[in-house]
Design a binder for this molecule. Structure first.
Ligand code: GLA
Length: 646
């Protein structure tokens, strides 16, 4: 019977077809959002230069999909192009690849270019891959269409290749039971304003913390390490802190600076947006603060607990006062709870009438809102442009400055230190003037998401903002996307691989970016916790010199970034980004990819031999005469400290 069937079907040589949108596309990677069947990534009809296609797949650069043809493929045909819903500056390139080689490439395509026809013979190809690059200019609104994509084959249908999930691996050595005074080791506060700083200390409890050399008016709780009070003594004073437990003692100097700029190192803490989105509530925020202390994150320097959008009531009072909504029954009590733990509470608003989430903004109530926040005990404000578009007269710099200057004046008029975080997605090169309008930090880009394309596009795109970072003024490439995230009530594991997460934290540390954890702290696993508690890595982020790393070399798929440190040494990130070379975007043999990445001391302007330390492993690698090279995993990093050898 079987033989007869085979004869009837011509031994499986019958030519069949399958549309791309009929395949299981769960393993198709997309740079933003979700792939859509027979629709654009935003869910509209697939449209390229006005031509509408009924069938196809809408995706977003950078996109990758691989399938096993097992030599049964005949032909791949499609019409590809930039969907009309893309941003005006969208560019991308489509690639069809077989067994490690480019079979067809579109050339750079722009919005408005007519669809290009692909017709590729697949004879004897084992693995077929479809790749959309970002065209070399980042992924902003690059909506890519594989329209009318069809595969002709004989025998078995093509099978999607599901990339092996990378197992997480921990590099950070366990936190020592001995007392350790961690970072930051410099803290600024206003003159005669409420002062609150929890000295970051780890080690086996109980730990006794003492200090000498305080400015008058401040007092230390020896059991918690919380310094509070207020002082009129302007200037810098160095206190000597001693932490002691059964296992030993640590002594470190901490600088207290009164009456100058705030945020002398990048703020470290948590923000509700990347996990809870608009579903944030008082209980979740309180839980985050408690976990900071319980888990030890506070001992590693995390201090800010920031509420993002979604806390505001629908209407102001008759007197125009802004209220919290029913999810935050008592904002003042929440602030007290957070302060009691030695931590700080942040809040969110917009200079426009509405926030990005559609809640009330501070438009025409700026002073009143600043007073309300000060009354509650707020320590940090994220001020998000959103609907201010309706108010701004045009896209000129004075119009960009205006709402931020206005709120600055209000914050200066209240008797409270409030860190001022500007959020307007980088418009008008905000890094060039964010400090002048009084910002302590400013978002440099649109919103991050937990894809490699988004995180790496933002992180590796921070070169031009680099010269503007300094103590008190930081570029903000957005919040961390590790752990359980979801932007709403339903959370899921980040889509970044473990190596991509090491890259994320290393890059943000080198860039002197705020380290604002974006995940649900109640569900952190060991891996996530270890990513966030490596004090040598945090020390790079919190270095008091306040430099932002610069790119030293960019060789196709490898990059080296360098940050100068206050002790005269350098931090170096060796990255294998793999992003520009389509052939290297896939593992053709199924094995994990890696590359040698290196740097010579010459390239760093160093003349003498150097000691090299691996910061994630907290291990010296030796003394190297003229440079250093090592294997770096795909999308991964090796983070080093390089100091002159004796
Ligand atoms: C904007 C910001 C985000 C977040 C949301 C809240 O998109 O960029 O970080 O604050 O608004 O609605």
């Amino acid at each position: 019977m079987f033989v007869v069937l085979l004869l009837l079907t011509g031994c499986g040589s019958e030519v069949k077809t399958i549309y791309l949108d009929e395949m299981d596309l769960a393993s198709m990677q997309t740079g933003w959002g979700q792939n859509q069947l027979n629709k654009s990534v935003d869910g509209n009809p697939l449209t390229i230069a006005g031509q509408v296609f009924e069938k196809g797949v809408g995706t977003h650069a950078i996109s990758k999909f691989m399938m096993d043809l097992n030599g049964h493929g005949k032909q791949f045909s499609a019409k590809v192009g930039v969907d009309d819903e893309s941003g005006d500056k969208a560019t991308m390139e489509f690639f069809v690849m077989g067994d490690g080689k480019i079979l067809w490439q579109s050339g750079i395509m722009k919005k408005g270019d007519p669809a290009k026809a692909v017709d590729v013979k697949l004879n004897r190809i084992q693995k077929l891959a479809l790749y959309v690059s970002d065209g070399g200019d980042n992924i902003n609104y690059d909506h890519a269409d594989w329209a009318e994509s069809i595969i002709t084959f004989t025998g078995d249908a093509p099978v999607p290749v599901i990339p092996a999930k990378q197992e997480s691996y921990i590099l950070t050595p366990p936190t020592s039971p001995e007392p350790r005074i961690n970072y930051p080791r410099i803290f600024a506060a206003g003159q005669s304003k409420p002062f609150l700083f929890r000295i970051p200390v780890t080690g086996e409890q109980p730990i006794k913390i003492s200090a000498t050399g305080f400015p008058e008016g401040l007092k230390l709780d020896e059991n918690t390490g919380i310094i509070s009070g207020e002082t009129a003594n302007a200037g810098t004073c160095k206190i000597e802190v001693t932490a002691t437990n059964q296992k030993g003692t640590d002594v470190k100097e901490i600088e207290i600076v009164i009456g100058g700029k705030l945020a002398l190192t990048p703020p470290m803490g948590w923000n509700s947006w990347n996990c809870w989105g608009l579903s944030v509530d008082q209980q979740k925020v309180k839980a985050a603060a408690e976990i900071f202390v319980k888990s030890g994150l506070a001992g590693h320097g995390c201090a800010y607990i920031n509420i993002d959008d979604g806390w505001e009531a629908a209407e102001r009072t008759k007197n125009g006062e802004l209220l919290a909504n029913e999810k935050f029954p008592d904002m003042k009590a929440l602030a007290d709870d957070v302060h009691h733990l030695g931590l700080k509470l942040g809040i969110y608003s917009s200079p426009g009438p509405k926030t990005c989430g559609g809640y009330l903004g501070s438009w025409e109530h700026e002073m009143q809102d600043a007073q309300t926040w000060a009354g509650w005990g707020i320590d940090y404000l994220k001020y998000d442009w959103c609907s201010y578009d309706e108010i701004a007269a045009d896209n000129s710099l004075p119009e960009y400055h205006k709402p931020y200057l206005k709120m600055r004046k209000c914050l200066d008029a209240i008797n409270r230190d409030i860190i001022y975080s500007l959020c307007q997605y980088g418009m008008g090169n905000v890094w060039e003037w964010g400090g002048e309008v009084g910002g302590n930090l400013w978002r440099t880009t649109g919103d991050i998401n937990d894809s490699w394309a988004s995180m790496s596009g933002i992180g590796f795109g921070q070169e031009q903002s680099s010269p503007f970072a300094k103590p008190g003024n930081w570029n903000d490439p957005d919040m961390l996307v590790i752990g359980k995230v979801g932007w709403g009530p339903d959370l899921r594991e980040t889509k970044l691989t473990p190596d991509e997460q090491y890259t994320h934290i290393s890059l943000w540390s080198l860039l002197s970016s705020p380290l604002l954890i974006g995940c649900d702290l109640t569900q952190m696993d060991e891996f996530t916790m270890n990513l966030l508690t490596n004090d040598e890595v945090i020390g790079i982020n919190q270095d008091p010199l306040g430099r932002q790393a610069v790119k030293i070399s960019d060789e196709a798929n490898k990059q080296v970034w360098m940050k100068k440190l206050s002790d005269g040494s350098m931090a170096l990130g060796l990255f294998f980004t793999g992003s520009n070379i389509p052939e290297e975007a896939f593992s053709w043999d199924g094995n994990p990819q890696s590359a040698k990445v290196g740097i010579t001391w010459n390239e760093l302007g160093l003349q003498v031999k150097q000691t090299v330390r691996d910061l994630w492993r907290q291990k010296d690698l030796g003394v190297f005469d003229s440079g250093f090279e090592t294997d770096v995993p795909y999308h991964g990093v090796v983070l080093l400290k390089v100091s002159g050898a004796k």
